[in-house]
Every structure is written in structure tokens, then in C-alpha cells.
Design a protein around this ligand. Structure first.
Ligand code: XBP
Ligand code: MG
Length: 246
């Protein structure tokens, strides 16, 4: 069966966005809202286990500032702070502060040339994806991807498989037709549970994670092309058939 599509995660996979993009934007929004919260790099690595910005803020408040969550307006404040965080993040990305990771642009170009369909499956907010793709790939960058599954389109975020299932349904593909590319164990778990063979390309803060569910793990995507993905896909086929039949 030929490889028909590749579904990419965004944060950590296409670009190392978390520490210099998302974290900076969260801290800026906290300060602007008069919240005395500040996420340093180590704290933020720990918080990344909670996917989704609003969910991450709520988790943090529950542990360090439970009184905040008792406020009747806590939900509204989290929504407003997160909207401000998104605006700040988009601004940082549009300034070109976060480049694509090595090899990403060439791999996307090679896959397009090989007629392999592209999609996105991410936890992050859709505006963040648009900003990253148009800033790094050019004004048509987002259109390289046939389907962009992002943010709250599914209620259960990674490691739940829902965002991958949502994307596959829109592409009218079975998981056996496609592969995923992810940077974190949480992301690999989401794709694997959806039945996808997954390539792991760990980023700065995920290098020590367990990637045994991935069919291949590479330090970055430099020099990786459609031929490599087809090879890994072919090698993974029997495994995936076992998974989907189980
Ligand atoms: C990355 C995330 C996101 C971002 C924040 O997910 O966990 O939550 O850190 O994004 P992925 P929002 O690797 O799947 O892209 O603040 O927009 O939720
Ligand atoms: Mg990621």
C-alpha cells in the first residue's frame, strides 16, 4: 500500500516554539493581567506535560494558586489571558523569532513533489499555526496542508488520539494510509493510538523521553526525504496491521 499522506505536529516538530515563543507569550500575558505568575524554563518543561495553553494555565493555578480558581471569574480570566497570550505569540512568530527546525522545509517540498498529501494535527491554537506557516514558508504556506486540525476542534487533546482521527476523517484516509511526525512522547502516543506509524524527531526539551512507540527516531529532519518516509512506512506495515486488528 503506498504512503498517501504525512500528518505533522507543529510545536517542537516544525519549529522549537515552546521556550522562546509560547513561554514568553504566557509570561507577558500574566504580567499584563496583573497575575504574579512567571514560568521559568524548568517550570515550563514540567508544565508541557499538560497539552493546551488554557489547560496548562488551569493546571498551574490548581497547584500554585488554588485561591485564583475559587474566583467566580476564573474561567473568564483564563480565557482572556489566553487570548492575549495568543496575540503575543503570533506577534513573536511574525517577527521571525522562531525558525523552522533543520530539514523541515526541504522535507515538505520533497513530499509535495512526490504527490504525498500533507496535514497538520496539533494542540495549539489555529492562529498560531497560520502565523508560523505563513512567516516561515511564505503567504501560501498554510495551503501546503490540505487539512489543519488544531486547538479546540476536539475536546480531548494529545495524548488522546482524537486530533489525528479528526484529520484522517477529513482526508477520508485510514490510519494505514498515512504517517505522523512528532517531537514528544505525548504526541507519539496520540498518533500511535490513532493507528499511525510515527516518526519521532525529539526537540530540545523532549530528548530524554521514551519514543519506543515510534517506528523511527531521528535527531532532526535534515536530509530526510519522501524516500526515507516511504521506507519506514513499508517497514512498519506489519506492526500497524497488528495494532489495528487488536
Ligand atoms: C503544543 C502544546 C500547545 C502550546 C500552547 O502542542 O502543547 O499547547 O504549548 O498552545 P503540539 P495554545 O506539539 O501538539 O503542537 O496556548 O495555543 O494552546
Ligand atoms: Mg509537539
Amino acid at each position: 500500500m503506498p504512503l498517501r499522506a504525512v500528518i505533522f505536529d507543529v510545536d517542537g516538530t516544525l519549529a522549537d516554539t515552546e521556550q522562546t515563543g509560547h513561554r514568553v507569550a504566557f509570561n507577558g500575558a500574566f504580567a499584563a493581567a496583573g497575575l504574579h505568575w512567571h514560568w521559568d524554563e524548568a517550570t515550563y518543561v514540567d508544565l508541557l506535560k499538560v497539552t493546551g495553553g488554557k489547560e496548562r494555565i488551569r493546571h498551574y493555578a490548581r497547584h500554585v494558586d488554588p485561591g485564583f480558581l475559587a474566583r467566580p471569574d476564573a474561567g473568564a480570566v483564563i480565557a482572556a489571558v489566553h487570548a492575549d497570550k495568543t496575540a503575543r505569540y503570533v506577534g513573536l512568530i511574525e517577527q521571525g523569532r522562531v525558525p523552522l527546525r533543520p530539514g523541515v522545509a526541504d522535507l515538505l517540498i520533497d513530499l509535495r513533489g512526490a504527490g504525498i498529501r500533507l496535514a497538520i494535527a496539533t494542540t495549539t491554537t489555529p492562529a498560531n499555526v497560520t502565523a508560523l506557516l505563513t512567516t516561515t514558508l511564505g503567504p501560501t504556506g498554510e495551503r501546503w496542508f490540505e487539512v489543519v486540525g488544531a486547538g479546540d476542534v476536539v475536546p480531548a487533546k494529545k495524548p488522546a488520539p482524537d486530533i489525528y482521527e479528526w484529520v484522517l476523517a477529513r482526508m477520508q484516509l485510514s490510519p494505514r494510509d498515512a504517517m505522523a511526525v512528532e517531537d514528544s512522547a505525548v504526541g507519539v502516543a496520540a498518533a500511535h493510538t490513532a493507528g499511525l506509524a510515527t516518526i519521532a524527531t525529539p526537540c530540545g526539551h523532549t530528548r530524554a523521553e521514551d519514543f519506543t512507540q515510534a517506528v523511527a527516531t531521528v535527531p532532526d529532519l535534515l536530509g530526510i526525504g519522501a524516500a526515507d518516509l516511504r521506507e519506514w512506512y513499508a517497514a512498519a506495515s506489519p506492526t500497524r496491521q497488528t495494532i489495528t486488528q487488536a
